[in-house]
Design a protein around this ligand. Structure first.
Ligand SMILES: O=C(O)CCC(=O)C(=O)O
Ligand SMILES: [Fe+2]
Length: 406
């Protein structure tokens, strides 16, 4: 006897939906729409079968999935995924349908199921006509440190070198400060960290207080010492440096993070926006202070003049942060753009006290160390604009230095 059993796919039911952004009842004050939330189903399934779209008349925009350990860890017996994308209100939505916000929905489709939910969007009047995060925005405020000519060069090249910016005495003070921090490392809190064995499989972050001084013979990164050293902050954002950065960043510079390298970083070429995109595009700069003359075999800084003009790669979630799954496509895009624009890398042959300032979107990295016995002592600081951040996110110290809290 032949039996015929039709195998039907189990019915997958949505058991919960949650929207974090846009915040219901709160008007959006920047021309960017972040769609973020999570869904929970009654059973696991292959997420490549789940499609989420933001839909309004004449517009259908894919929303990227996001792993939400913060939610899924607290759920039992449910299968959860987050979603999170950033859209340009003008370019992605209003230009296609001026009334999009009056009737906009999030539509989720999965094998055998579909759910539509309405998103209430309120937009602040101040958003009209304002450039979004995705638009290029350079704000020139030339001053005595950076005059109009220097600013023009910055716009062309995306970097700026100020030779002998720090005096020999200042650099020696900075070196002493690092030595004394190593000597007293157990006095620092867990906010001050070391990335040991950078660029190898053994790379990991440990607390500075636990770091073995033997690490100093290898490539490591000392992170955010400025958080607990007012003395260091004075150098990383001295009045002179602040005046130089202000026209380049278009606002009041604020320390976002700081890194001390004793040896070359050998870091692959990257845009810093992969790791720390500013809240307003382009409103981030970095400074690189040479604490000694850099030997060509010590792994100098490599940079690509003019690469800041390459339109940044927007990952599928609509952001500039590096998405590891899409890294190969991003690298291919950058390589093609470099060929198209004929940009070749240069190495920075720094002398003690020189400072190299780079644009948020300048491609750079660390060249290989040919001679591991050589040090390459340098201090890197990334700066955001304080105006970009709510006041409770940053501090101003007694010297007038702004820095982001951790
Ligand atoms: O100093 C280097 O080799 C690169 C450092 C760097 O890219 C950074 O800190 O953003
Ligand atoms: Fe970098």
């Amino acid at each position: 006897m032949f039996g015929f059993f039709k195998k039907t796919a189990p019915f997958i039911a949505l058991v919960h939906k949650d929207l974090d952004s846009p915040k219901q009842g709160l008007a959006i004050a920047k021309p960017e729409l972040e769609v973020r939330g999570w869904l929970a189903f009654d059973q696991p399934f292959d997420l490549s079968g789940l499609e989420i779209k933001l839909e309004t008349a004449g517009v259908s925009l894919p929303v990227a999935l996001e792993h939400r350990a913060d939610v899924s860890d607290g759920l039992t017996g449910q299968f959860c995924t987050g979603f999170n994308s950033l859209f340009d209100i003008n370019a992605d939505l209003s230009s296609k349908n001026v009334d999009w916000y009056k009737d906009v929905q999030l539509v989720a489709r999965w094998p055998g199921g579909k759910e539509t939910f309405t998103i209430e969007v309120e937009i602040d009047e101040s958003v009209a006509g304002v450039n979004s995060y995705f638009q290029k925005r350079d704000m020139s405020i030339p001053n005595t440190q950076i005059n109009a000519l220097a600013y023009k060069k910055w716009q062309e090249d995306g970097f700026f070198v100020i030779n002998q910016f720090c005096s020999v005495e200042e650099v020696d003070k900075l070196k002493e400060l690092i030595e004394s921090a190593w000597g007293n490392r157990t006095n620092y809190s867990a906010s001050i960290t070391v990335d040991e064995h950078i660029g190898t499989d053994m790379e990991q972050r440990i607390s500075f207080a636990d770091a073995d001084p033997g690490l100093r013979e290898t490539s490591y990164k000392l992170n955010d010492l400025h958080l607990e050293s007012a003395e260091l902050r004075k150098y990383l954002l001295s009045e002179k440096l602040r005046d130089s950065l202000l026209p380049l960043i278009g606002g009041t510079p604020m320390i976002c993070n700081s890194l001390y390298f004793e040896r070359g970083s050998q870091q692959p070429d990257h845009f810093d926006t992969f790791f720390m995109p500013p809240l307003t595009r382009n409103q981030m700069v970095a400074s690189w202070i040479a604490l000694e003359d850099v030997d060509p075999d010590a792994g100098p800084l490599r940079y690509y003049p003019g690469s800041h003009k390459i339109p940044p790669y927007r990952f599928s979630n609509g952001r500039y942060n590096l998405n590891l799954d899409e890294k190969p496509q991003c690298i291919e895009y950058i390589e093609q753009q470099l060929i198209n624009s004929g940009i070749e890398p240069l190495e920075f042959s720094a002398k003690k006290g020189d400072v190299f300032i780079w644009h948020a979107h300048l491609l750079h990295g660390g060249t290989p160390i040919n001679n591991p016995s050589l040090t390459r002592k340098s201090l890197v600081t990334h700066y955001f604009c304080s105006e970009d951040w709510p006041e409770n996110y940053y501090e101003e110290d007694q010297q007038g230095v702004f820095f982001l809290k951790k």
